[in-house]
Design a protein around this ligand. Structure first.
Ligand SMILES: NC(=O)c1ccc[n+]([C@@H]2O[C@H](COP(=O)([O-])OP(=O)(O)OC[C@H]3O[C@@H](n4cnc5c(N)ncnc54)[C@H](O)[C@@H]3O)[C@@H](O)[C@H]2O)c1
Ligand SMILES: O=C(O)C[C@H](O)C(=O)O
Length: 326
């Protein structure tokens, strides 16, 4: 049996976590042979609700669950953590954009970045889910100067999965048939879901769909899917967000499939001319617990315009939180 790893999760009594924790504890994230200690962070008023969630975790008698820590202290939650899923943040309501949450949520991520810096395992893998996810990840990263900046990522896997589902439906294929989907940029309405490299059953996706559907339906549907869920459900996506978080971490830890890639918000090294230091979603492959940006893809004028628009938004978000970036 492997040694247990420590997985810190913030916002652990919230709606995403209610889907997330049980699947992590059952082995969906790191494999059925990896014991896990859950280190759950909540704000003080939610500790009673968190206790109820922990009671339910106990009641599942998960063989892989080697311990549960419940706390309102980030220094305790991130102590020796090998993985961190930063979910805890206010979600948006109808009519809001994700960046409207910047003021409300940004402070959370500077505190947590410092606590990660001071307490976590040096090899920690951090995924930010709380919105606006890319900029929150940047804030946490910049407040953790002794951790490699590549270890802070933001979630665009939900967008990636949404894009695969839309393309599969339009081409009468299954999601298994779709490869090499890409989400570029911000987890926001400026994101660029790009099918120019995607294949369906090995055939170029661009040849299988009308350009008009791609530009006029597919791109806006994927960009606006979060808002459509909020409108329909009266609450932001939760189970699908939890699923994407598990996918993101599993891929990062255990590797991408041969001949495919995923989308992750990662530290830009200047690839594709994107400003260095932004947390920008790229096509990435993963191996041995590390990620690399897929290099050398051709970029059309159409793509370049969209990639630049979402880059510009990320630079503006960063400039708006300068006071939180040491
Ligand atoms: N990146 C993505 O694709 C994606 C997808 C869905 C939702 N989200 C975002 O995830 C976040 C959480 O969504 P939710 O639906 O679970 O919200 P929720 O309101 O149900 O839960 C959030 C929880 O975080 C807790 N919290 C607040 N401040 C905290 C802090 N400082 N430390 C620890 N916990 C804290 C709250 O008490 C609450 O229990 C939102 O920002 C939402 O917009 C992102
Ligand atoms: O859209 C939101 O505010 C929630 C989440 O980011 C989503 O994409 O569903």
């Amino acid at each position: 049996m492997k040694q247990p790893v420590r997985v810190a999760i913030t916002g652990a009594a919230g709606q995403i976590s209610y889907s997330l924790l049980f699947r992590i504890a059952s082995g969906d994230m790191l494999g059925k042979d990896q014991p896990i200690i859950l280190q759950l962070l909540e704000i003080t008023p939610a500790l009673e609700a968190l206790k109820g969630v922990a009671m339910e975790l106990d009641d599942c008698a998960f063989p892989l669950l080697a311990g549960i820590v419940q706390t309102d202290d980030p220094n305790v939650a991130f102590k020796d953590a090998d993985y961190a899923l930063l979910v805890g943040a206010r979600p948006r309501g109808p009519g809001m954009e994700r960046k409207d949450l910047l003021e409300a949520n940004a402070a959370i991520f500077s505190v947590q970045g410092k606590a990660i810096n001071d307490n976590a395992s040096r090899g920690i893998k951090v995924l930010v889910v709380g919105n606006p996810a890319n900029t929150n990840s940047l804030i946490a990263q910049r407040n953790a100067p002794s951790i490699n900046p590549r270890q802070f990522t933001a979630m665009t896997r939900l967008d990636h999965n949404r894009a695969i589902a839309q393309l599969a439906a339009q081409t009468n294929a299954t999601v298994n048939d779709v490869k090499k989907m890409t989400i570029w940029g911000n987890h926001s309405a400026t994101q660029y879901p790009d099918i120019s490299q995607a294949t369906v059953k090995g055939a170029a996706a661009e040849g299988l769909v009308e350009r008009q559907w791609y530009e006029g339906t597919f791109i806006p549907v994927v960009q606006q899917r979060g808002a459509a869920i909020i409108k329909a459900r009266g609450a932001s996506s939760a189970a699908s967000a939890a699923n994407a978080a598990i996918d993101h971490m599993r891929t990062w830890a255990l590797g991408t499939e041969e001949g495919d890639w995923v989308s992750m918000g990662v530290y830009s090294d200047g690839s594709y001319g994107i400003e260095q230091g932004l947390i920008y979603s790229f096509p990435v492959t993963t191996k041995d617990g590390d990620w690399s940006i897929v290099q050398g893809l051709p970029i059309s004028d159409f793509s370049r315009e969209k990639m630049t628009a979402t880059e510009k938004e990320l630079a503006e978000e960063r400039d708006g939180v300068k006071h939180l970036l040491p």
